[in-house]
Write a protein that binds this ligand. Structure first.
Ligand SMILES: Nc1ncnc2c1ncn2[C@@H]1O[C@H](COP(=O)(O)OP(=O)(O)OP(=O)(O)O)[C@@H](O)[C@H]1O
Ligand SMILES: [Mg+2]
Length: 302
C-alpha cells in the first residue's frame, strides 16, 4: 500500500513536484473537501486523524483509556491537562512513536486520512516521514546548521537539497539569522534558534503534519512568541498538534483544544488519562461543558 504514491494535492506551491519522490501513505481514502463540518472560523475542514477508542498501555498498565477524537486538517489542535494525564502518550500515537517504546501497546484505531496508521502494511518509518515531530528539548544533531536541515532530504535522496534547506529555514523564520553561518555547528545556536532549527528540519521533507510536544516550554517569551507566530503561519500548509502546559499559548494559537485528566480507579491503585472535553478553543476557555475543564483552565486545579 505504501509504495503507491497517492499524494493529495498541496495547497502551497514549491512542494508538489518534489513530493512525488517521497514514498507516501495511500491517502486515496481521504474524504472529499467539505465532507466534515469543522473549524473555529466556521469553515469546513477535512478530518486528518480520527482516533477511535484508543488505549495505550505501558507494560499492561493503561496510560490513556478510550480516547476518541477527530483532528482537522490545517488547524492547530492543542492537548492540555495535568502532568501524567497522557498528552505525550497521545501525541506519540499519531506518528507511531510509541512503537519505539518496547513495553508500549496501542489498542483501538488511529486513522490518518481514513487509513489505519497501525495497519499491517503500513511502515512506521513512512508514517514518521509524513508526520514529523518536534520535542520539548531542542535536539539538533552535532553538525553544521545546513546539515541538520539537509539530513532528511539527503536520506530520502531528494533533489535540490540546498534550495530545500533555504526554503525550510525561511519558513521556520530562521534564515536571516543563520544564512551567513550555515557551516557552523548547530550547538552554537541559542535554545530558541535550535528549536526553530528543529522545526526547519521537520519541514524540510515536506511533511503533512507537525506534532509538537511542549515545543516552547524551555524558551523565553520572545522565542516563544516566534514559535507561536511560526505555528500560525505553518498551519496554512500543515496540520499541527501541540502539547502545552501554557494555557495562554493554547488559547493564543490553537483552533481546537482537547482537555485530558488523570482518572483513578476505585482502589486508587491504577491511574490513567482520559479525554474530558474536545472542542473549539474559544469554547474550552470561555464556556466549557465540563466543570473539570472549567476548574483546570481557570487555575482552580491542576
Ligand atoms: N516510556 C514509558 N514507559 C512507561 N510508562 C510511561 C512511559 N511514558 C509515559 N509513561 C506513563 O504514562 C503516563 C502518562 O505519561 P505522559 O508522559 O504521556 O504524560 P504527560 O501528560 O505528557 O505528562 P507531562 O505533562 O508531565 O509531560 C504516566 O503515568 C507515565 O508514567
Ligand atoms: Mg509530556
Amino acid at each position: 500500500m505504501l509504495d503507491k504514491v497517492a499524494d493529495k494535492a498541496r495547497k502551497s506551491g514549491g512542494g508538489a513536484a518534489d513530493r512525488t519522490e517521497v514514498p507516501a501513505i495511500d491517502v486515496s481514502g481521504a474524504r472529499e473537501p467539505g465532507s466534515n463540518d469543522r473549524g473555529s472560523s466556521g469553515t469546513r475542514r477535512e478530518t486528518i486523524f480520527e482516533l477511535k477508542d484508543v488505549t495505550v498501555s505501558y507494560g499492561g498498565h493503561p496510560a490513556i483509556k478510550g480516547v476518541s477524537m477527530e483532528i482537522a486538517e490545517n488547524e492547530i489542535t492543542a492537548l492540555i491537562g495535568p502532568s501524567g494525564c497522557g498528552k505525550s502518550t497521545l501525541i506519540r500515537c499519531l506518528n507511531r512513536m510509541n512503537d519505539l517504546i518496547p513495553i508500549a501497546s496501542v489498542d483501538g484505531q488511529c486513522l490518518y486520512h481514513g487509513q489505519d496508521l497501525y495497519g499491517p502494511d503500513v511502515d512506521p518509518v513512512e508514517v514518521r516521514k509524513r508526520i514529523g515531530m518536534v520535542f520539548q528539548k531542542p535536539n539538533p544533531f552535532p553538525k553544521p546548521i545546513r546539515d541538520n536541515v539537509a539530513f532528511g532530504p539527503r536520506v530520502l535522496g531528494l533533489e535540490d537539497v540546498d534550495e530545500r534547506v533555504e526554503r525550510a529555514l525561511r519558513r521556520a523564520a530562521l534564515w536571516d539569522e543563520v544564512k551567513d553561518r550555515l557551516d557552523e555547528n548547530a550547538y552554537g545556536m541559542s535554545g530558541g534558534q535550535q528549536q526553530r532549527l528543529c522545526i526547519a528540519r521537520a519541514i524540510a521533507v515536506d511533511p503533512d503534519v507537525i506534532l509538537m510536544d511542549e515545543p516552547a516550554s524551555a524558551l523565553d517569551p520572545i522565542s516563544t512568541g516566534k514559535i507561536e507566530d511560526l505555528m500560525l503561519e505553518l498551519k496554512e500548509e500543515y496540520s499541527i498538534v501541540i502539547v502545552t502546559h501554557n494555557m495562554q499559548q493554547a488559547a493564543r494559537v490553537s483552533d481546537r483544544t482537547a482537555f485530558l485528566i488523570v482518572e483513578l480507579s476505585a482502589s486508587e491503585k491504577e491511574r490513567w488519562g482520559q479525554l474530558v472535553e474536545f472542542d473549539e478553543t474559544e469554547k474550552i476557555f470561555t464556556n466549557p461543558s465540563d466543570k473539570r475543564t472549567e476548574d483546570y483552565v481557570t487555575g482552580k486545579v491542576g
